[in-house]
Write a protein that binds this ligand. Structure first.
Ligand SMILES: Cc1cc2nc3c(=O)[nH]c(=O)nc-3n(C[C@H](O)[C@H](O)[C@H](O)COP(=O)(O)OP(=O)(O)OC[C@H]3O[C@@H](n4cnc5c(N)ncnc54)[C@H](O)[C@@H]3O)c2cc1C
Length: 346
């Protein structure tokens, strides 16, 4: 149930804090509903959407199992793509099958188990050992369907330009200690920084920094796939490849590290024998809570402060659905999905 204070504040309009993927899609949802809003954002170190690869892999993870709600997540993603296309004449989406290389026999066993369940609908084809001369596919590989990636930096910059042109962007740093001056509802979409926000620092935070390399191959690999083994290799529109990503639970705002660069190069050599040259290294922080699920809702003691965050490593798959659920809760009185509602921490 929405509290009367939340509803009254929303009627006065909404201030969105943060314009990463969450803030951007929330702004589009509010526009669609005709709700007045303002976005407050300043690029801060560690922001995720400005650097993240935005890969959607229905069979991501060690166990190769799709999320239980995968159908709903993909349906929301595709609705969001249509909406983006209406406004920007681009949906920022690159459909791309993901070629996953097995790296040992236990993983092949997990693959066989997965085939007996709903994951099988995402398997396109299996290839034998040493099928691709440009890969170290000594245990074979399989192709995942319905994968691809959303160009998050492009999306972020297009939405930013749209907000500027329509006078709805304030390039400032929001102070959570100061209440919204016009009595509007405030929704925090601050990425990992909500771990430091006194309104939300009591949640069980577990942000993870990730580093990536931008490289060029000496001999070009086919550019119509994402390759994945102990790292992924993603073809970029400018001819380069993005390689990622590491996980670390410290030094969230530090410079890219030599250790991460070496680790990624070692993993890339496991994936392919093709020589490469490193061109750049970038880092960002994944906003994550301990149960690895998004968090949506309103502060238990202050119902005019909202939160929409913690999309983890599955920002592109989860954010469209989370934004739809948040808006349906706020404006249509629908219950939030219990697994994502902030009440689970009450
Ligand atoms: C290395 C890495 C790899 C990833 N890989 C993938 C992937 O392959 N597929 C996938 O789907 N997801 C991936 N993700 C996750 C995905 O990028 C995130 O889930 C998503 O981008 C988070 O978006 P956000 O809007 O919550 O946060 P962010 O993108 O971090 O945006 C938050 C914004 O708020 C601003 N801000 C914060 N506090 C304030 C304040 N007080 N006032 C004003 N502005 C503020 C920040 O500067 C920033 O602009 C990856 C992330 C990383 C870091």
């Amino acid at each position: 149930m929405i509290s009367p204070k939340t509803a009254a504040a929303a009627e006065r309009g909404i201030r969105i804090v943060g314009q990463g993927l969450c803030g951007s899609l929330l702004a589009l949802a509010l526009e669609e509903r005709g709700v007045p809003f303002l976005v407050e954002d300043t690029p801060l170190p560690g922001e995720a959407s400005a650097v993240a690869p935005g890969i959607v892999n229905p069979l991501a993870g060690r166990r190769l199992k799709p999320p239980e709600n995968i159908k709903d997540l993909l349906a929301s993603l595709h609705r969001t793509r249509e909406r983006l296309h209406q406004i920007f004449a681009s949906d920022f989406w690159h459909a791309s099958p993901i070629l996953r290389l097995f790296f040992d026999d236990p993983q092949i066993e997990r693959y066989r188990e997965m085939l007996a369940g709903p994951g099988s609908q995402f398997v396109e084809e299996r290839f034998p050992e040493n099928h691709f001369p440009y890969l170290n596919d000594h245990f074979g590989s399989f192709l995942t369907r319905e994968g691809g990636w959303m160009d998050l930096p492009e999306l972020k910059s297009a939405v930013r330009q749209w907000l500027c042109q329509t006078g709805r962007l304030a390039e400032t740093v929001a102070d959570p200690r100061t209440a919204e001056p016009d009595g509007r509802l405030r929704v925090f979409c601050e990425g990992w920084r909500f771990a430091e926000n006194p309104l939300w620092n009591w949640l069980p935070h577990n942000p993870a920094r990730g580093e990536m390399l931008i490289i060029e191959f000496g001999t070009e690999l086919p550019r119509d796939h994402i390759f994945n083994q102990t790292c992924w290799a993603q073809p970029l529109p400018d001819g380069k490849w993005r390689i990622g990503a590491t996980y670390a639970w410290d030094d969230f705002t530090g410079a890219p590290s030599v250790r991460a660069a070496e680790d990624l190069q070692e993993r890339l050599r496991l994936l392919t024998p093709v020589p490469f040259t490193v061109k750049d290294q970038v880092a960002g922080v994944r906003p994550i809570l301990e149960d690895y699920k998004p968090v949506l809702g309103f502060h238990p003691d202050n119902p005019v402060e909202g939160v929409l965050n913690a999309m983890g490593s599955k920002g592109v798959l989860q954010t469209p659905s989370a934004v739809e659920a948040f808006a349906a809760h706020l404006f249509d009185g629908k219950e939030l999905p219990p697994a994502w509602a902030i009440d689970r921490f009450a």
